[in-house]
Design a protein around this ligand. Structure first.
Ligand code: EPZ
Length: 455
């Protein structure tokens, strides 16, 4: 066994994932609850003075940060078990959420609507932009103003006041997930009816509507472009299970595709995955629903190029764009990937090119020319889904890939390296200063290995 130590000065200071590429995956994977639903549900618990219990909550940095933000504003937050939290907002105050926490978690802005609906005043720091874009909140604010709030933004602080919120007809310029969620939550306790048009239809919006309904809210039309909310006086606590994480599932489907593997993945709600499943079939994969909530993905004879345009749900999700770009980087032919939702969500391209991909960006479109094989190298994750894309590429790259920037990864994937190890991947997370003993380079995609070539 070659004892290869891979370390550069900078790697020595940072934890890194080391992946020995070329190994096929196999087995069955159980995925976690949806980060982007759990964060909104945690905000919605502020709408009631009763205790709520959320189950199937993933163990992620973002969830812990949101918990810390809730505690900072007087909420009792208790991790009951690994994936169960109790939240009691009876003592919710109007103190400001701490900037240093809000600044790291854009989803913290979701607490504005519920606090305003509960107390008539809410002050939270303006969330910063992030790697993938400016992430403005104008649609959230305009919705609350339409419901009678006065909102000022000064010195990086958003302050909203409303003696009482009144239902309104609101039409969003863009079907923003967050703005839809902010307005829907505020409207549950407003006086009268709110009609929200051009609403986001994402499954996480539906999950939030179902949670609020379980608390006694009157909501119709969630999952369509028009949501109608009848305000009620009070909401009560409840216990609620978060939906499966469709982005985590799609990430592992992409890992199966690039490594030419057959995997079982669940629990899934197939209707949450229509667009990515259609793309995987175009790429040559076979997808079967082997149980009502379990998918089997298996390789075809090759991996076909295809075009992807990210769109609001039910279009192809922007959160799956980077992982799918990794797969298309070794497809037969050229794929065009258009990111239309965020203005700066192609930062994984240079890092994929370091792994031997051939991708060019031209006015917001990535032209992905498939190559026969990627080759391992040290790379840096720039954001959450870029980190996932680099892992997927490393699984198929010849030799060793070293990935730093893992704080991005841990925001949205629970124990991803353990899950991949359990499926046969050669992947390790090494603390700073430790060395990685690379297994002998293999390429179980080569024809001599008796399996279909990777590309
Ligand atoms: C949610 O972000 C998700 N995050 C994102 O997931 C996801 O990519 C995004 O929806 C789109 O599906 C959470 O749910 C916590 P948007 P959100 O408001 O609500 C513009 C991940 O990787 N916009 O639908 O912030 C905005 O700039 C994360 O898990 C405004 O212009 O997304 C963007 O270009 C990343 N004004 C577009 O709309 C506003 O007031 C879509 O944003 C709000 C948004």
């Amino acid at each position: 066994m070659t004892n290869q130590t891979i370390q550069t000065k900078s790697d020595a200071e940072k934890p890194a994932l080391h992946i020995e590429g070329g190994y096929r995956l196999s087995g069955e994977l159980t995925t976690n609850g949806a980060k982007n639903s759990a964060l909104a549900l945690m905000a919605a618990t502020l709408l009631t003075t009763d205790e709520c219990r959320l189950t199937n909550v993933p163990q992620l940095t973002d969830i812990r940060t949101m918990g810390a933000i809730l505690e900072a504003i007087g909420v009792r937050y208790r991790q009951v078990e690994a994936h169960t939290v109790d939240i009691d907002a009876r003592f919710l105050g109007t103190q400001r959420a701490p900037y240093e926490l809000v600044n790291t978690l854009r989803a913290s802005f979701f607490i504005l609507g519920p606090i305003l609906a509960r107390h008539g005043i809410a002050r939270i720091p303006l969330p910063g932009g992030c790697a993938i874009g400016a992430r403005p909140v104008d649609l959230h604010v305009r919705g609350l103003v339409a419901m009678g709030a006065d909102v000022t933004i000064e010195h990086g602080m958003v302050e909203a006041r409303a003696r009482k919120l009144v239902g309104a007809r609101i039409c969003l310029d863009f079907p923003s997930v967050g703005a839809t969620e902010t307005i829907m939550m505020a409207a549950t306790l407003a006086e009268g009816e709110t009609i929200l048009e051009n609403a986001a239809q994402e499954p996480e919006v539906v999950d939030l509507a179902n949670f609020c309904s379980a608390m006694g809210a009157q909501i119709k039309g969630a999952g369509t472009k028009t949501i109608i909310i009848q305000g009620v006086k009070k909401l009560h606590g409840c216990e609620y299970r978060v939906i499966p994480d469709r982005v985590e599932i799609a990430t592992f489907l992409a890992a199966a595709a690039i490594t030419r593997s057959t995997l079982l993945i669940g629990p899934v709600l197939p209707e949450h995955l229509s667009a990515p499943l259609a793309k995987l079939k175009e790429m040559g994969m076979t997808i079967t629903l082997v149980r009502p909530d379990t998918l089997e993905i298996s390789p075809g004879s090759g991996l076909n190029a295809t075009d992807i345009e990210t769109l609001p749900f039910p279009g192809f999700p922007t959160d799956m764009q980077a992982p799918f770009m990794s797969v298309l980087s070794v497809a037969e032919g050229t794929s065009i990937i258009s990111e239309t939702v965020f203005e700066n969500r192609l930062m994984h391209v240079p890092e994929l090119n370091r792994l031997g991909a051939d991708i060019r960006v031209r006015s917001g479109h990535a032209i992905v020319r498939g190559v026969p094989r990627l080759s391992g190298a040290p790379v840096v994750a720039t954001d959450l889904r870029a980190a996932a894309a680099l892992i997927i590429a490393g699984l198929a790259a010849q030799g060793t890939t070293t990935i730093t920037g893992l704080h991005h990864l841990d925001r949205g994937y629970e124990a991803i390296e353990q899950k991949l190890q359990n499926l046969g991947a050669r992947i390790q997370r090494l603390a700073p200063g430790s060395s990685f003993i690379a297994a002998p380079a293999v390429d179980c995609f080569s024809p001599s290995a008796g399996v279909a070539a990777g590309a």
